[in-house]
Design a binder for this molecule. Structure first.
Ligand SMILES: Cc1cc2nc3c(=O)[nH]c(=O)nc-3n(C[C@H](O)[C@H](O)[C@H](O)COP(=O)(O)OP(=O)(O)OC[C@H]3O[C@@H](n4cnc5c(N)ncnc54)[C@H](O)[C@@H]3O)c2cc1C
Length: 307
């Protein structure tokens, strides 16, 4: 873990690193007595991050007057994480800040603080990160995908996949209340059974030749059944997705969704995404402060929002 970020142990212990050094916060699936699977919290796994190599800068820097000593830029002994290095080099290109008086990597913290306070946020768009998000309900992903600028999404298709991969998400409010928990389990058992029953009925109609369910290929025919059967699925159905964002758009997401005004499930998601990002790219995400609110949940806050 990167030592630049100070996080409470309770949060730091949630984050694991895989053998590539990519961060993840895991979530385990459980099942009702009838075998209907569900999750109680969001799982977040970093799948990809920007890499950078500044070697290609050399012919460019060597093309200027030797008096400027621009090639020394590449001998900076300070090592930055790849996203921060990429954004810093891109930002320093703007003012041709390659000479000896430039801000060196050792002062990257100050460099990025200036970027944030001056609102020069486009520099942060160069570094991007892709996440697998699971254990997230359809209602929370409807909120997630409202974030448009700088984001890309690929989400499970309820038309394409069958009831065999149906899982559900239990809200935190239900988890410690025996009655609400019992109702949740009963509800998702019923939803899974209803889905199967409706899909089977639709399949029978399709076999009988019902026109609206007809299709040339098997995939088409399956979609026609599943697109109808999904209508009964509740908001608490799991809707996993891969989400890619750049550092600027992810910062905005964390700020909007990681604070106490946001909905509980998306707050827990934003917190986990923030944890994964801050431990691997502290210069890009290390300015945030986490604090426990009166409702027992963590908020993620910064003095320089929406760069
Ligand atoms: C607590 C909370 C409650 C909410 N309640 C509701 C609700 O009741 N109903 C509802 O519909 N939504 C609601 N939302 C969603 C909210 O309105 C936004 O759609 C969502 O938060 C995405 O924010 P955004 O547009 O800033 O993000 P992005 O789409 O990621 O955009 C980032 C930024 O880029 C700029 N931008 C992006 N697109 C454009 C554009 N087309 N034109 C100009 N500038 C652009 C803006 O500066 C924007 O802030 C709520 C959000 C929160 C956090």
């Amino acid at each position: 873990m990167n030592s630049l970020v100070t996080l409470p142990d309770e949060l730091l212990n949630l984050v694991k690193l895989d053998n590539m050094g990519y961060s993840h916060v895991d979530a385990a699936a459980e099942a009702t007595a009838n075998g209907t699977p569900y999750l109680k919290e969001p799982g977040v796994a970093l799948l990809a991050r920007s890499q950078s190599s500044l070697g290609g800068f050399r012919p460019f820097l060597e093309g200027f007057s030797p008096d400027l000593r621009f090639p020394e830029y590449l001998d900076d002994p300070g090592l930055l994480e790849p996203g921060a290095q990429l954004c810093k080099a891109a930002g320093q290109l703007c003012y041709a800040s390659f000479g000896p008086k430039r801000t060196h990597n050792a002062d990257a913290g100050r460099y990025f603080a200036n970027i944030r306070s001056s609102g020069h946020g486009s520099v942060l768009e160069h570094a991007s990160f892709s996440f697998l998000l699971y254990g997230v309900s359809r209602s929370v992903t409807h909120e997630v995908v409202r974030h448009r600028a700088g984001m890309a999404y690929s989400q499970i298709s309820q038309r394409y996949v069958s009831g065999r991969v149906l899982r559900f998400v239990e809200r935190p409010e239900y988890q410690n209340d025996p009655e609400l928990h019992r109702q949740f389990e009963r509800r998702i058992d019923r939803a899974a059974a209803d889905y199967e029953s409706v899909a089977n009925h639709l399949l029978a109609l399709q076999k009988d030749g019902l026109e609206t369910l007809s299709g040339d290929a098997a995939t088409d025919r399956r979609k026609k059944v599943q697109q109808a059967a999904r209508s009964l699925l509740p908001n608490e159905t799991e809707a996993p997705l891969v989400m890619t964002g750049n550092a600027r758009s992810l910062r905005h997401f964390i700020e909007m969704r990681g604070n106490s005004h946001a909905e509980v499930e998306i707050r827990r998601l934003a917190l986990r995404m923030y944890l994964c990002l801050s431990v691997i790219e502290p210069d890009l995400f290390g300015d945030y402060v986490v604090s426990k609110e009166a409702d027992g949940l963590w908020s993620v806050l910064t003095d320089t929002p929406k760069v």
